[in-house]
Structure formats: C-alpha cells, structure tokens
Design a protein around this ligand. Structure first.
Ligand code: XMP
Length: 482
C-alpha cells in the first residue's frame, strides 16, 4: 500500500481574511508607527524595494517624508549609490552639520556649480580655519555675468551677518529668522568657527511633512542594499560613509553560508543597522538571530515579477512565511514582509501575521518617484517594472542576488505597471486601507492588531465573493485595479 504523506499547508494573503471584531477604534484614531530595525523607527511602516525600477533617491526621499523608508538599490557603481544616499541625507535637515562652504577667494563660477550640484540657494563663506567670513546667496549673484569675480566682492560680509550660537534651540532660530527676515542662519562656536547651517526652507519642509522619518540630526532616514559580491565590504563602507542608516544584504536566499559569512563580516564593520534577507522559514530566522542582525526580511518568491518558484520549484506562500518567521523570532528583532502585496488589505494581513513593516515593489513602481520614464501604449500610460532576477537587471549588476555567474538563468521578468502619479497618493490609499482594517479589528496599534487578529480561511468561492463580482465596473477606484 502506498505510504500516506502529509504536506504542511502554505497560505498567502488571498487565502485568508481577518474576522471583524467589536471595535471602538475609528480609522483616523489608528497609529501606524512601527519599527524597521533595531535603531530605525517608522511613522508609516512601508518600505520601498531595493530594485532598479523602484528605489533611487527620489523614492527614498518621498517614502521617508511620509514616515516610511526607501532602500537604494545596488545596480550601480559604489560611487553612484553612495552619492544617492548622500543626497537623501542632505535633503531635509533643519540643522545641517556639514554645510557646503566656499572661500572668499573662490569664484562665482565655482559657487554656481556647487549651488546647482547640491540644489542649494545659499552658501556660508569661511576661511581655511573654517572661521565664518560671510554668506553668499542666489540673490547676491542673480545679475552677475562675470563668473570669474571673487565671492568676497558679492557676499554679505561678516560684520553684517546674522549668526546663531552652536547648540541653539529651534524656537530661538525661528525668532531670529523672523526678526531679521533672513532665510539662512549659520551657526558658529565661540571662536567664530562654522558648526552648522539652518535654512528656512528646511523648517518649512518639516512643517509640511510632520510624519517625516528623521534621525537625531533631523535628516531623513535612508537605507541601502548590498549583495554578496567581492566588492560588498567596500560598498558597505562607502554607503556608511555617505550616511546610510542601514545596510540591507539583499539576496534571494538569505539562509546560505555565503550570506551568513558576508553578514558576519559586515556585522564587524557596520556601525549602522544590518538587515539580512530573504528567508522564509523559522530555522533560517533562528540562524539569523544568532548573527545579531537588526531586522530580518521575509519572502522567497512572492514578488509580482518573480519567477523563482516556477523555475526552481522553491518558495513558501508569503503569509505562512511571515507567520513562521514571526513565531520564531518572538519579537527579538523586527520582521520585514517583502513582496506579494497586491492590495492594501494584504498589508493589514501581513502585520496581523507578525510583520513589523512591509516592503513593496510593484505598487510603487508606477509612480513619478520610481526611476524610469513613462511609456504610452494604446493611449494608456505605464512605467517599466522589472525583477532584479530578470536577465536585463542581472546584467546590470544583480546576478549575485541569485548567486549566479557566467551565462544567466533568469528568476524574474521585465514587465510594465500602470502609471500612478505621485507616490504620496498611492501611500495615502494604502494607509487608508490599513487604518480601515485595524478599525474593523478594534486595534489602535500594530502591536494590538497582532494580538487581536483572527484569521479565517476562504475558499475560491469566498475569494470571488471578496472582489467586486457580477457587475461591470465602470469607474475604477484608486485603490483597486481591475
Ligand atoms: P512586489 O510583489 O511588491 O515584490 O512587486 C517586490 C519584491 O520582489 C523581490 N524581487 C524578486 N524576486 N525574482 C524574485 O524571485 C526577481 O527578479 C525579483 N526582483 C525583486 C524583492 O524581494 C522585492 O522587494
């Protein structure tokens, strides 16, 4: 008689629903803050994928401004990736601790180049000992045609300069800016040496984005990906120098000797948080915990552009993977659910299953902030979205994500997604869905959701019933794609 074999069941988002519970929580009372890793909190627990059609500086800035986090992909040279990180870190900082400076003997031509490169409108002027000599702004040079003219001729000189003392409070700064009607305030120490710069533009930005995810210096948080190639340690070091708040070892199979070896090495040199992935089992999670990682990324094959499961036969349906990993880590380290999010409801389910944040590719790839141009096809607008395991992306640098050398075997596809406009709109809809879900369960916080959530399995008839059915949709809502 044939031996009876039992297979464990693997479920994903579409296989389940969360049961509604008695609730006194309204969606707008829900708090969406969470944690990404040991030292990085989130006001909005959505992370953009480290993919070359999803996250470069524009996406990382937009995500962090909304309270989330972007992970800059690594399909570019070390220098370029570090420059991207630097730009995110420089984007918003009420207290700029290392402002760009010029000497009085520099020319207007050089100043113009710096202003354009860093997208800044004013630069403190210092001497060789960093003692403040003045300030020069766009307004001072707007009608100057002679690019060889020295800055000392056009700057606001030291004696007419309004400065703040090192360590000044934000309220004092606002008073000074208001009183003297200036837009930039250089900070100086007792010896008159420049220690920082505060700009009105940054203060206003802070007001516009109260949920922005910022570090102690008021700079936006930014993460960056590395792989497992020979230059990984050098890449990580340059990214750290550029200010990356976390290094994410981004691979298709994190439970491997190679990834563990790299993680051990980076753990020694990494002053920022170290995140490792991807994994999909409790064993792998327990292994990573021993390496003292700062967060674990979960997901083998759930991504919209992934072919890993079909070409290799490997994977764990994403909801089961999140449940198993979360059970294994027991809150000792944050869990990032990476891939497979199709609807905002899937995010609620991921949190309910134990995730602390979700990483998203396809839903963000069609936005203005994703790299790449729009393409128009039959009158509709799209953007290109490709797997990091597609041939094109692997040729660009991501083949180590799949441990490949030589002739390539793709584990992802090149695709297109509908153009969606600014990412803030997409994030608003995603947040709204999660808020609603938490309201149905009666959970004010993600932690409460984890405790209260009760999943129920649905059949294929139940799934059909869950979506609009037996009608012809005539107006597609912004949070549901047909
Ligand atoms: P979504 O579903 O949000 O998934 O589009 C994004 C995640 O998919 C992973 N990824 C891949 N996985 N082959 C894979 O097996 C690929 O080519 C590929 N590219 C990206 C990655 O974890 C990403 O965050």
């Amino acid at each position: 008689m044939a031996k009876e074999r039992k297979f464990p069941e693997g479920l994903t988002f579409g296989d389940v629903l969360l049961k509604p519970r008695y609730s006194s929580v309204l969606p707008n009372e829900v708090e969406l803050c969470s944690r990404f890793s040991t030292n990085i909190g989130l006001n909005f627990p959505i992370i953009s994928s480290a993919m070359d059609t999803v996250t470069e500086k524009e996406m990382a800035i937009a995500l962090a401004l909304q309270g989330g986090l972007g992970i800059i992909h690594k399909n570019m040279s070390i220098e370029k990736q570090a420059a991207q990180v630097r730009k995110v870190k420089r984007y918003e900082s009420v207290f700029i601790s290392d402002p760009v400076t010029v000497f009085p003997s520099d020319t207007i031509g050089k100043l113009m180049e710096l202003m354009e490169h860093y997208n800044i409108s004013g630069v403190p002027v210092v001497d060789k000992e960093k003692k403040i000599q003045g300030i020069v702004t766009k307004r001072d040079i707007i009608f100057e045609e002679d690019r060889s003219k020295f800055i000392r001729k056009v700057m606001t000189p030291r004696k007419a300069l309004i400065t703040g003392r090192d360590g000044i409070s934000l309220d004092e700064v606002k008073d000074i800016l208001r009183k003297h009607r200036v837009e930039k305030l250089p900070l100086v120490d007792k010896e008159g040496r420049l220690t920082g710069l505060i700009t009105l533009r940054d203060i206003l930005k802070r007001k516009e984005f109260p949920e922005a995810n910022i570090d102690e210096e008021g700079k936006l948080y930014c993460g960056a990906a590395v792989g497992v190639s020979p230059d990984t340690a050098e890449r990580a070091q340059e990214l750290l120098k550029a200010g990356a708040d976390c290094i994410v070892i981004d691979t298709a199979h994190g439970y491997t000797k190679k990834v563990f070896d790299v993680a051990k090495r980076l753990r020694k040199i990494c002053s920022s948080d170290l995140v490792v992935g991807n994994i999909a089992t409790g064993d792998a999670a327990r292994g990573l915990l021993k390496l003292d990682v700062d967060a674990i990324k979960v997901g083998v094959g759930p991504g919209s552009i992934c072919t890993t499961r079909v070409i290799s036969g490997i994977g764990v349906p994403q909801l089961s993977a999140i449940l198993e990993v979360s059970d294994a880590v027991k809150e000792q380290t944050p869990v990032i659910a990476d891939g497979g999010i199709i609807y905002s409801g899937d995010i609620t389910k991921a949190f309910a299953a134990g995730a602390d944040s979700v990483m998203i590719g396809s839903l963000l790839a069609g936005t203005d902030e994703a790299p790449g141009e729009q393409v128009i096809l039959e009158g509709r607008r799209f953007k290109v979205y490709r797997g990091m395991g597609s041939i094109d992306a692997m040729k660009q640098g991501s083949k180590d994500r799949y441990f490949q050398t030589g002739k390539l075997v793709p584990e992802g596809v090149v695709a297109r997604v509908p153009y969606k406009g600014p990412v803030s709109e997409v994030l608003f809809q995603l947040a709204g869905g999660v808020r609603s879900g938490m309201g149905y369960v009666g959970a004010t916080t993600i932690k409460e959701l984890k405790g209260k959530a009760e999943f129920i399995r649905v059949t294929s008839a139940g799934l059909r019933e869950s979506h609009p059915h037996d009608v012809k949709i005539t107006k597609e809502p912004p949070n549901y794609e047909i």
